[in-house]
Design a protein around this ligand. Structure first.
Ligand SMILES: [Zn+2]
Length: 317
């Protein structure tokens, strides 16, 4: 081989390395898991204790090192909240962390601002001395206010308290699918559990892919994602399958601590379009129409239609 051809080959090799580096970086999709409304009302399949045991075991089996559980402290006063504190301790003992999801789970957009802040302070007071506590506030309904006055009042309030907005980047209606399953159980319909699991995983993975595409198109990169889930029976039943589905689609599961170290955690999007998660908000700031930022399965009627067709077993006799 001549010196010239060797030089050409080296140059080509270098080019390939340079070209491959950004592509490889683009291929890595990272996501952390979070569960809201803890302790949540029961679903159709198990008791609250069984649900917590199954969820902890599933997260362990799936190799999820650290998920976050966002506590709605008012739920502890409810009948179904009995034993909730012990279940929260169990999540933390298993390596997971907890954050603030308000005391009463109210809306911000139409409520009194001071009362809203007092309510999150009440939850913060309960959480203050708990192990595994993180300074994160997850807005109920992802409602950060629909006008700049409410939005900015809460941004200031969180800053004063040293709280980070516990945003999500992957909104989805996991809770609606859990509701459909519970209703079907109550109506004594026959559920095909295999199909339910497949439908559930497909829906969540697809909403993650959808938001990652939007992020790449508008941010030019894939941020560390935060998946919104709830403390539901379906997550207790299918978390292992869900994590397997995410990994099969190329996702790496990361800790919530790592997710909130992403640069997008420090951004306060200059929009009031905030209820579909941070990626959607940033895409809206970049000029995207909100209608293009909502996944078709973040819709109760659409989910009900699909659920009926794919999960319910017809008794044709
Ligand atoms: Zn909630």
């Amino acid at each position: 081989m001549s010196i010239a051809s060797l030089a050409r080959r080296l140059a080509l090799a270098l080019l390939l390395v340079l070209a491959a580096a950004p592509a490889a970086a683009q291929e890595s999709k990272r996501i952390a898991l979070s569960f809201d409304d803890v302790p949540r009302h029961p679903g159709g399949f198990m008791t609250s204790d069984e649900r917590t045991i199954a969820l902890i075991a599933g997260l362990h089996e799936a190799g999820v090192e650290q998920a976050a559980f966002f506590v709605t402290t008012g739920n502890l006063d409810d009948d179904y909240g009995k034993g909730g504190e012990a279940r929260i301790r169990a999540y933390v003992a298993a390596g997971h962390v907890i954050g603030n999801h308000s005391h009463s789970h109210g809306w911000l957009w139409n409520g009194d601002i001071d009362a809203y802040i007092a309510d999150l302070d009440k939850a913060e007071a309960w959480l203050a001395d708990k192990h595994g506590k993180r300074p994160w506030y997850r807005f109920p309904y992802l409602d950060e206010g629909r006008d700049p006055i409410r939005r900015d009042a809460l941004r200031t309030a969180l800053r004063q308290r040293g709280l980070l907005n516990g945003y999500v980047t992957v909104d989805n209606f996991d809770w609606a699918i859990d509701n459909l399953a519970r209703q079907a159980m109550e109506q004594r319909k026959t559920i095909d559990l295999t199909n339910l699991g497949a439908f559930y995983v497909e829906t969540i993975v697809d909403t993650a892919e959808f938001n990652d595409r939007i992020a790449r198109e508008t941010l030019g990169r894939s941020p560390a994602h935060v998946l919104l889930l709830h403390e539901t029976d379906l997550n207790a039943l299918f978390i292992v399958d869900l994590v397997a589905g995410l990994r099969a689609a190329g996702w790496t599961i990361i800790t919530m601590d790592e997710a909130y170290r992403d640069p997008i955690a420090a951004v306060e999007p200059d929009t009031v379009y905030l209820g579909a998660g941070r990626v959607a908000a940033l895409a809206n700031v970049a000029g995207r129409d909100p209608a293009s930022l909502v996944h078709e399965r973040t819709d109760e009627a659409e989910l009900a239609r699909l659920f009926e067709g794919r999960v319910i077993v017809r008794n044709e006799r």
